[in-house]
Design a protein around this ligand. Structure first.
Ligand SMILES: Nc1nc2c(ncn2[C@@H]2O[C@H](COP(=O)(O)OP(=O)(O)OP(=O)(O)O)[C@@H](O)[C@H]2O)c(=O)[nH]1
Ligand SMILES: [Mg+2]
Length: 317
């Protein structure tokens, strides 16, 4: 070993002290070991998907999986864990491909999707043990409107939400911007119930407020394709599902309008989390700028990466 050190020393650092060279090589070796350890040890990460009934939560989670499996999210690889998750994800992807609706998520099935995920490449890749909690819409509504704290503490969904590492609040964009009374009522209800949901999670949070502030929150607008007046033409893709082709310039107007309608909630979440994002998604919509045959669904990759821990290019994070 000493001989090897001497050789490296003489070649690379002819004027340096051998002890210094030893320290340098030792440090490089430790840094390398830390990187290898980080690659090996998966980080547990749970994501709560919360939203009013029928906003598109289950469809969103299923579409994210479908995008990963069809290799449209190249930087992410994923292995489903457990018979239940494997069966549900594959059954639901098949239903979406046939153009069928997914049924409402019911009480019994707060569904925790389990998967191992690898993001990034080479030395900066990270492994996660991911759990995605798909909440039944009915209970999310109760979560917001109930004043019975004891009842809240008993629900498995609430326990789950308190302990989650990241939060997706899902909003059905197609209900928001028609301008009629129904849309205005829906908007007001969404803003107030989502704010109340977060306040209740915060109220029960035990690890200190600062930690909660660092957790990612994303407000996800779903069903952008269903804004017919704004978004436009049917796609020419053949198959059971007729995708909508969404024009970028129209999309940016829609995004501005949705941000404006939801400005109070966006302002609230921004003040509550240092990692707040807004995403615009569609399980059946693709961007007009994509090459023919590319069926990448709008906003899925951005939504997923917004709630994963950030990969920092630092050796000692
Ligand atoms: N056009 C369109 N429809 C969608 C989209 N996402 C979901 N939907 C439809 O919205 C309805 C509700 O979808 P789900 O995914 O079951 O909604 P959910 O929030 O899980 O519903 P609950 O479990 O009952 O709370 C279904 O009819 C879906 O087909 C979308 O991106 N575009
Ligand atoms: Mg559901």
């Amino acid at each position: 070993m000493n001989d090897i050190l001497d050789i490296i020393n003489n070649l690379a650092f002819p004027y340096a002290e051998p002890a210094l060279v030893g320290i340098l090589i030792g440090s490089l070796f430790s840094a390398f070991s830390i990187l290898v350890m980080r690659k090996k040890l998966p980080v547990a990460h749970s994501i709560a998907v919360i939203g009013l009934p029928r906003t598109g939560k289950t469809t969103l989670v299923t579409s994210i999986f479908a995008e990963i499996f069809s290799a449209r999210m190249r930087r992410i690889s994923l292995t489903l864990r457990g018979d239940e998750t494997i069966k549900k994800v594959n059954d639901d992807i098949a239903r979406l491909q046939r153009g069928e609706e997914l049924g409402p998520t019911t009480d019994q099935d707060l569904f925790a999707y389990r998967a191992d995920m690898v993001t990034g490449s080479s030395i900066f890749s990270r492994r996660y043990k991911v759990e995605i909690g798909d909440f039944p819409g009915e209970d999310s509504e109760e979560l917001a409107s109930s004043t019975d704290i004891d009842w809240l503490q008993k629900t498995p969904f609430f326990r789950w939400a308190i302990e989650a590492d990241a939060f997706l609040f899902v909003v059905d964009a197609s209900q928001l911007i028609s301008g009629d009374k129904k849309a205005i009522d829906y908007t007001i209800h969404t803003i107030n119930s989502y704010r109340a949901s977060w306040q209740k999670i915060k109220d029960h949070y035990s690890d200190g407020l600062n930690d909660l502030k660092s957790k990612p929150i994303t407000l996800v607008f779903t069903k952008i394709d269903a804004l017919d007046d704004y978004v436009g033409r049917d796609g020419s893709i053949t198959g059971p599902v007729q995708y909508k082709v969404i024009d970028e310039s129209i999309l940016s107007n829609v995004e501005r309008e949705l941000d404006f309608v939801m400005r109070d909630l966006i302002g609230f979440f921004r003040s509550e989390s240092r990692n707040f994002s807004v995403t615009y998604t569609s399980a059946f919509g693709i961007l007009s700028s994509l090459p023919l045959g590319d069926n990448t669904k709008l906003g899925m990759e951005r939504t997923l990466s917004s709630v994963l821990p950030k990969i920092r290019p630092s050796l000692f994070k």
